[in-house]
Design a protein around this ligand. Structure first.
Ligand SMILES: NC(=O)c1ccc[n+]([C@@H]2O[C@H](COP(=O)([O-])OP(=O)(O)OC[C@H]3O[C@@H](n4cnc5c(N)ncnc54)[C@H](O)[C@@H]3O)[C@@H](O)[C@H]2O)c1
Length: 249
């Protein structure tokens, strides 16, 4: 099992759902976990953080290092999603999506880099998406940010590798959280939607936050020491099966 004792980890957006499961997983492996979120975590030390605000990012990272002596692991998980056709994009909503989903991870990486370099075990895990390489309707902004996160991951691995810092991303598929609840709730029969979604997955179900967290813990620890610049898909096999026409499948 991954041993993260004596490692200090920042999990952005860790107050609920995938981020909360990641915070739980890192803590179970022995790490000291600090959640940076707009909202407090019910289970972990929390610092109020809007990842799109550079001053807030700088002061939260400084406070973590002042309080705990180091910063060894960063998980850039905070993210938002909304639906808007590219034809209707409002500059304000587009900018907000970019600021939180893409500029946020860059700012956290920038301000954490010197501390991660000093760690000797520095590891960054960015939360991308299968939509970084594909796209659902009306997800132009979301897909653009997640493609950006995948690119930022490769660039970070290259720029910070010589400082002893690894950087990888995960690309989750459908994970049952409030982020995608509006899809499910748009149909009157939630159970039917979950059943139909499950059929898209060779593994036979949609994902749970803990399915994602277990991979993040591995990427954060020394067992993945020769892995960097990678985007790891966690989707129950959904994207390896191209769709057949409905009358044949
Ligand atoms: N749920 C899925 O199916 C899925 C799939 C692929 C990728 N993802 C990605 O996983 C990550 C987490 O998604 P989730 O489903 O757990 O979402 P969620 O909405 O349940 O949780 C997001 C968390 O991020 C926090 N947050 C939002 N804006 C923030 C900001 N500006 N600064 C700091 N914290 C902020 C929220 O307060 C919340 O705690 C996101 O990056 C999302 O894009 C989710």
């Amino acid at each position: 099992m991954t041993d993260l004792h004596n490692r200090v980890a920042l999990v952005t957006g860790g107050a609920q759902s995938i981020g909360a499961a990641i915070a739980d997983g890192l803590a179970a492996a022995g790490a000291t976990v600090i959640v940076g979120d707009l909202n407090p975590s019910p289970d972990h030390e929390s610092m109020t953080l809007d990842v799109s605000n550079e001053d807030a990012v700088a002061s939260v990272i400084a406070a973590i290092v002042a309080g705990h002596g180091s910063l060894d692991i960063v998980v850039n998980n905070a993210g938002i999603m909304f639906e808007e056709s590219v034809a209707d994009h409002d500059r304000t909503t587009w900018d907000r999506m970019l600021a939180i989903n893409l500029t946020g991870p860059m700012l956290v990486t920038k301000h954490a880099s010197s501390h991660l370099a000093a760690s000797g075990h520095g590891a960054i895990v960015n939360v991308g998406s299968i939509e970084g390489d594909r796209c659902n309707p009306h997800h132009a902004a979301y897909a653009a940010t997640k493609s950006g996160v995948h690119g930022l991951t490769r660039a970070t691995a290259i720029d910070l590798g010589p400082m002893g810092i690894r950087c990888n991303a995960i690309a989750p598929g459908w994970i049952d959280t409030p982020l995608n609840a509006s899809y499910v709730d748009s149909h009157p029969d939630r159970d039917l939607v979950i059943d139909e979604l499950a059929k898209l997955h060779p593994i036979g179900r949609v994902g749970a936050p803990s399915d994602v967290a277990d991979v993040v813990v591995w990427l954060a620890g020394d067992e993945s020491r020769f892995v960097t610049g990678q985007v790891m898909t966690i989707d129950g096999g959904r994207t390896v099966r191209p769709p057949l026409p409905g009358i044949l499948s």
